[in-house]
Design a protein around this ligand. Sequence first.
Ligand code: B4P
Length: 190
Amino acid sequence: MLNIILFGPPGSGKGTQSEKLIQEYQLVHLSTGNILRDEVANQTTLGVEAKKIMDAGQLVSDEIVIGMIKSKLQDNPQAKGFIFDGFPRTVAQAEALDRLMSELNTSISMMLSLEVPEAELKTRLLKRGEIEGRSDDNETTIQNRITEYKNKTAPVAAYYQQQDKLTAIEGVGSIDDIYAKIQSSINSKL
Ligand code: B4P
């Protein structure tokens, strides 16, 4: 199985590049952000709670997102592999993912980390806020999301570096140029 983690700060292009990857490599796309936004849109009990946390720019609890990923993995027994987009975001989530992968007799193949300077992240997310009206794409929430990333999510890269699975990708430039770099990283490991 090909199991890829697409990693990076908010606005680094994880969702954007995932769309291209799933088409080419026929992987199942698991975006915890999208799953949570579906819960919000459907006004489930989880969605109502999650909306408050997301609008504050904080991370939803590990227990909830790990449970969501576990159930999506069980829903896709025939998958050729998975692309994890926005998960894991804490070391506890990374450890849980390793356990879930080993229960499926597989493992994480690689983590691709999109590197983008903070000023560019803010510009992109403010622009998306104007275009799509996402309630967490405003100046205060964006700053909180970046702070949460630095404190809780950035250490996840070291976790995969210790396993020799981390590849950094320069995430500034055209979407197609960035995708070409991702493609060549994946193809060199296939
Ligand atoms: P996510 O949905 O994961 O939000 P994100 O990090 O902002 O998205 P992404 O990084 O994928 O956006 P993209 O760059 O593609 O999470 C939202 C919230 O959900 C979190 O804050 C948290 O509360 C919660 N959550 C999610 N997962 C969680 C977890 N595991 N644990 C706890 N809580 C969790 O797009 C950004 C913009 O940049 C787009 O407009 C795009 O068009 C643009 N863009 C992309 N590439 C570009 C490029 N090369 N040049 C210019 N613009 C580009």
